[in-house]
Ligand binder design. Structure first.
Ligand code: IDP
Ligand code: MG
Length: 139
């Protein structure tokens, strides 16, 4: 089904100058960019985006990380967008991500930042419902 998902090129990837390469891979994979903007996220929006992780040990660090610098935010559209973006991204831990996925291909030697947060270059919604919610936060 034609579907939309929320995608974010995370601050670690923007700081490394990977935006255009990652955008190229997303477009090659058949996604259309419906909405896009670069944004240094405020803490309130970061807390909304990661509300599901509230209470976990890495929650505070995750909010610090995602607000630490500009990110590139998008609403993407294609057939089965949610699942297909998750496939293109690969596993959460870049060390477990399959070769050919973005999280594997752009993996750093040290995947953890100073607060122990996993740097994995990209975010994608994990369900159609969450995609709608996440798009509504930023667009
Ligand atoms: P996802 O990004 O693949 O959906 P989530 O479990 O939703 O993974 O976690 C959100 C983000 O939090 C991850 O992308 C990663 O940056 C970070 N993260 C997840 N689990 C851990 C952890 O165990 N330690 C440190 N950071 C983590
Ligand atoms: Mg998630």
């Amino acid at each position: 089904m034609l579907e939309r998902t929320f995608c974010m090129i995370k601050p670690d990837a923007l700081a490394r100058g990977l935006k255009d390469q990652i955008l190229g891979r997303i477009k090659e994979d058949g996604f259309n960019i419906i909405k896009e903007k670069e944004l240094k996220m405020g803490r309130t929006d970061a807390q909304k985006l990661y509300a599901v992780h509230q209470g976990k040990s890495f929650y505070a660090g995750l909010v610090n990380f995602i607000t630490s610098g500009p990110a590139y935010l998008m609403a993407l559209e294609r057939e089965d967008a949610v699942l297909e973006l998750r496939k293109l991204m690969g596993a959460t831990d870049p060390r477990q991500a399959a070769p050919g996925t973005l999280r594997s291909d752009f993996k750093e030697d040290n995947i953890f930042n100073s607060e122990g947060i996993m740097k994995n270059v990209i975010h994608g919604s994990d369900s159609v419902e969450n995609a709608k919610y996440e798009i509504s936060i930023f667009f």
